[in-house]
Design a protein. Sequence first.
Length: 219
Amino acid sequence: MHFCRTLKALALGCSIALVAGCQTSPTPTLARPASFTPLGLSAPYLSADVVGGRKARAAKMRAAKIRPLSAGAAPAYMAELDRELRTQTAGMGLDVLEVGGGIVIRIPAELTFGAGSAGVRPEFDATLLEIARTVKTKSQTFVDVFAHTDTSGTEQVNQSLSDKRAAAVATYLGGHGVAKARLASKGLGETAPLYNPETDDSQKAANRRVEIRLLPYYG
């Protein structure tokens, strides 16, 4: 009997070990460049009007039958959106920032694009997908996409690359449920660096970024 009990104990131990071995490892947190969060929040483009002008953009929103917010409802609406975005994107290596009455989602370009490329990386499709899931449900906001480069290469090449990257992210969001009437994009090339001058690779990495700005759509 003692021998049988020993065999049963061994079998049970092996079963537990096998189950534990089958459990998946947690998804690693993606690292973002040092000092990424606090920089550049006073840059003029972040406090400027929506890309393309509010009047023209509001006309598109009305044509898409998107109902505007009342001025009084906007602060609570944006606060709820901020909380949802922080929860949805926790651990992804990006930042959700409050700028004025809006929200800026700042994403290192390394999380989205290959070097010199404007094609969204398949392995980071999940990053934009999680953003799209939240942004599409809060339809009473304008969505501006900005893209930036470092100072490697010429100004013309960097401007063209940032235009294409901003458009690619806007197209991705539009293809994953965010109403196209809400979207606009703009490349800023190397004109709005977080570090100027860039003195090392980490600063270059911080300057290469994509930002999604959400602003309330008022009536």
